[in-house]
Every structure is written in structure tokens, then in C-alpha cells.
Design a protein around this ligand. Structure first.
Ligand code: FPP
Length: 236
């Protein structure tokens, strides 16, 4: 792009293909996830450098609990390692960490690491890294409806006064704008329960590249292609 467009406020990434990346190399799936974490670190630094305000990484879905116990436990340990090893990076780049999803379901050691890093980074002013953990769009909407029902019981809202804003504010993502762009790696054309309400008008960029092979250049290409699109939000 010749001109310098405004940085995007929110990019979401569905990081897919760690398992296939490992299989192609005769490696264990866990080694694919390890490579996936390394890639996440590289992309966080790059997004921070590009002055993106919010980057949401789909790190563990509510459906991922059904994977074999050993894989789930590997992913939880990798999450803990990632949090402790990258805290200095978050400090250096002023990255603020937050989570979305039903994180109460995570094992205590992972919740402890999250709490520690969230507290240490809460006043940072750079990129907000949103880790979607034990996250599913339908589960999030269900939990939001629960909150709204409680508000209704208290008389704060009813079927006539309910607005879209009430729903937006009851979601886990109430602190951030909707993503303008969602990138999905590994060539699948699915939303996979990612930010269902928030992606109503998001643009999608799908690449065949498996997540561990994804590059900052491809991230930039996705943003460039976003800027060339004509977004009409249902208008003409
Ligand atoms: C998809 O690969 C990826 C996941 C299930 C999420 C795991 C993501 C990472 C390990 C990277 C980032 C993690 C952190 C903590 C920032 P897959 O196993 O579904 O791949 P496949 O479809 O090829 O089998």
C-alpha cells in the first residue's frame, strides 16, 4: 500500500494447523503446539509494532476440552510456560494481557499464571493481547444471556428496553471493539465458534499456511487486502 492507513483496532486470529504441521514432519502433535506458541509470540510482537490495539488469539476453544487428556494437559503447560517466559516481552513492548472465555475451567496452575501476568501488565498502554481460553462463542452468548436474565429480574432491563448494546456489554469482549479482520490459517473456511456476535461485519482472510509457518509478512498482506475491501455494513 502506498498510503499509510490507520492501524486496525482489532484483529482476531484462528490459529489452526499445529497438528498437521507436526504430522508433515513426523513429529508429535505437542511439538506442533510448541511451534504454534513460538509463532504466537512472533505475531504478538509484530502486531504490537504495527500499533494494532487489540489482538485476539483463539488459543483454546470450549470444544478443545474433548481432545485426549494428554494433549489438553500439554496445551495447559505450554500456556503456563508462555505466560512466564513472555512476561519480560510484555513489559518491554507494553503489552496488556486479558482473557475471554470460561477460564474458571482451566487448571489452577494455569489460572495462577494468568492472574499473575494479567496483574503485572494491567497498566500497560500498548497492544492488548486477548487470549481466548476455554472460549466458545455460543457459550459466551449463553453466559451473557444469564447476566441479562439477572438484570431483568432486578428490573434493570425488559423485553421492550433491551438493545443490542445490552448484549454487547454482557459479552466477555465488552472492553473492546468488534474485530475488523479475522485471519484463519490452514485453509479451513469455518468460524469454529469464534466471536460469533462480534464478527457480524468482520472481514475474513483465510490462508492455506499452517499456523507454525505463518509469517508477519502474511499478517501484513491480510491487513493490506482488508484495506482494499469495500465495507458497506449492509448499506449500498
Ligand atoms: C490448532 O491446531 C490450534 C489449537 C488447538 C490451539 C493451540 C494454539 C497454540 C498452541 C498456539 C498459541 C498458544 C498460546 C498459549 C498463545 P490443531 O491442533 O487443531 O491443528 P490440526 O487441525 O492441524 O490438527
Amino acid at each position: 500500500m502506498s498510503e499509510n492507513p490507520k492501524p486496525l483496532t482489532h484483529v482476531g486470529i484462528i490459529m489452526d494447523g499445529n497438528g498437521r504441521w507436526a504430522k508433515n514432519r513426523n513429529l508429535e502433535r505437542s511439538q506442533g503446539h510448541q511451534a504454534g506458541v513460538k509463532k504466537a509470540i512472533e505475531i504478538v510482537k509484530h502486531a504490537s509494532h504495527r500499533k494494532i490495539q487489540f489482538l485476539t488469539l483463539y488459543a483454546f476453544s470450549s470444544e478443545n476440552w474433548s481432545r485426549p487428556e494428554t494433549e489438553v494437559s500439554t496445551l495447559m503447560k505450554l500456556l503456563q510456560e508462555f505466560l512466564f517466559s513472555e512476561l519480560p516481552t510484555f513489559i518491554e513492548h507494553q503489552v496488556r494481557l486479558v482473557t475471554i472465555g470460561d477460564t474458571q475451567k482451566l487448571p489452577l496452575f494455569a489460572r495462577g499464571a494468568l492472574h499473575h501476568v494479567i496483574e503485572k501488565t494491567k497498566n500497560h498502554t500498548g497492544l492488548t493481547l486477548v487470549l481466548a481460553l476455554s472460549y466458545g462463542g455460543r457459550d459466551e452468548i449463553k453466559r451473557a444471556l444469564g447476566k441479562l436474565l439477572e438484570q431483568a429480574q432486578k428490573g434493570d432491563v425488559n423485553s421492550k428496553t433491551l438493545t443490542e448494546e445490552h448484549i454487547t456489554n454482557a459479552l466477555d469482549t465488552s472492553f473492546c471493539p468488534d474485530p475488523e479482520l479475522v485471519i484463519r490459517t490452514s485453509g479451513e473456511f469455518r468460524t469454529s465458534n469464534f466471536l460469533l456476535w462480534q464478527c457480524a461485519y468482520s472481514e475474513y482472510a483465510v490462508t492455506e499456511t499452517l499456523w507454525p509457518d505463518f509469517t508477519p509478512q502474511e499478517f501484513d498482506q491480510a491487513i493490506d487486502s482488508f484495506h482494499k475491501r469495500d465495507r458497506r455494513f449492509g448499506g449500498v
